[in-house]
Design a protein around this ligand. Structure first.
Ligand code: NAP
Length: 339
């Protein structure tokens, strides 16, 4: 174990962004490694997730008057790291890998009850930063995917969507359709990630493309985007279809407003007529799914039957730029900063 430095680096919010944040809204500062008190664990971070979900924390929280990072605060985000020191009563030992939510910094002091022991269930520890748990819980708990279902996944190239297709297949889905932002990404999704067809926004209307891709309609939609994608899902729903509302990327990533609200016009008549269910979803409501997912993900990775699509970016100094690339939709899968 390397000796403990007195100073470490963290990414702080410089200004509360007005609209979509740019790299200039963040700054890297050197600060003392914080002292640990009883009930806390000192962790040397190894990697953290850079995700559009940060926008909800930064802008959505500020607009709603909820607590969130203020200028001068380090950014939060899913991270994994090695325990440096922990209370004896925690059972955590130096060198052990834990997961927590204090990313964007090299060292973190984390309350014991917010540290998750990771063990060696996954062949690559960085795979603990996948968003597969969200996709797995939504598909197994809320949508309850059945053999033969036709499944639509919006935001197919994102961290959630790039695993959702592969999971839906394993749960017996007969046909999986995605939405994405470019033909190049659509090709990756169909050739590498189990999508049968991909609808590209900005070309023809999504509803028209979806009607071609799923002429008999859809049974399940995992919606991370909202907007035109959700309207198309409602239109394509078969009787008793289940639509799971996971996120609203189209509003989150809009240049104007940046996710403070996600208004949408929907025709209620077919929803009533076809008994479509639409349910808001939060992975945190399904802690039981996390252990189950981690076990199955590990088995599938070992067997080589699933991929963990991700981009690994090295160095905390590249984190703000990585976030910009996520906002611009430059990558397929999760974007991780390795330290
Ligand atoms: N409810 C929960 O428990 C839960 C848990 C995790 C995440 N979430 C939410 O789920 C959503 C997806 O998360 P994620 O981690 O998969 O996202 P992510 O990987 O950070 O998403 C980035 C993706 O957004 C897409 N995108 C960019 N601009 C867009 C636009 N204008 N309209 C639609 N898509 C656009 C890009 O792909 P393309 O340009 O190719 O489409 C890009 O791949 C987010 O809203 C996140 O907050 C919710």
């Amino acid at each position: 174990m390397p000796s403990l430095p007195s100073i470490h680096r963290q990414v702080q919010l410089l200004t509360t962004p007005d609209g979509l944040p740019r790299p200039e809204d963040f700054t890297i500062v050197e600060v003392p490694v914080p002292p640990r008190s009883s009930g806390e664990v000192l962790v040397r971070n190894r990697a953290f997730l850079v995700s559009a979900a940060l926008l909800r924390t930064l802008i959505g929280a500020a607009a709603a008057g909820l607590p969130g990072p203020r200028p001068g605060d380090p950014l939060p985000g899913a991270a994994i790291g090695e325990v440096v020191a922990a209370p004896d009563s925690s059972g955590l030992r130096p060198g052990e890998l834990v997961g927590h939510d204090l990313g964007w910094r090299e060292y973190a002091v984390v309350p014991v009850d917010q540290c998750r022991r990771l063990g060696d269930s996954l062949p690559d520890p960085l795979a603990h930063l996948s968003q597969g748990w969200t996709a797995y819980a939504a598909l197994t708990r809320t949508a309850a995917v059945r053999a033969g279902d036709t499944v639509l996944i919006t935001g197919a190239a994102g961290a959630v969507g790039s695993l959702a297709s592969q999971i839906a297949r394993r749960l017996g889905a007969a046909r999986v359709i995605g939405t994405t932002g470019s033909p190049a990404k659509a090709r990756v999704l169909t050739t590498e990630l189990g999508y049968d067809a991909v609808v590209v926004r900005g070309a023809e209307p999504i509803a028209t493309q979806l009607a071609d891709a799923a002429p008999d309609g859809i049974d399940v939609a995992l919606d991370t985007v909202g907007g035109e994608q959700l309207q198309a899902a409602v239109q394509a729903a078969r009787p008793h279809a289940r639509i799971v509302l996971i996120g609203a990327l189209s509003a989150q990533l809009a240049a104007e407003g940046a996710g403070t609200t996600a208004p949408l016009e929907l025709d209620l008549a077919p929803i009533v007529l076809k008994r479509t269910s639409m349910r808001g979803f939060n992975a945190a409501d399904h802690p039981d799914a996390l252990a189950e997912w981690t076990q199955r993900f590990g088995d599938w990775l070992q067997a080589g039957s699933i991929r963990f699509p991700h981009t690994r970016i090295h160095g905390i100094d590249r984190a703000a730029r990585a976030f910009q690339e996520v906002v611009e939709g430059r990558h397929v899968g999760a974007v991780l900063v390795a330290l």
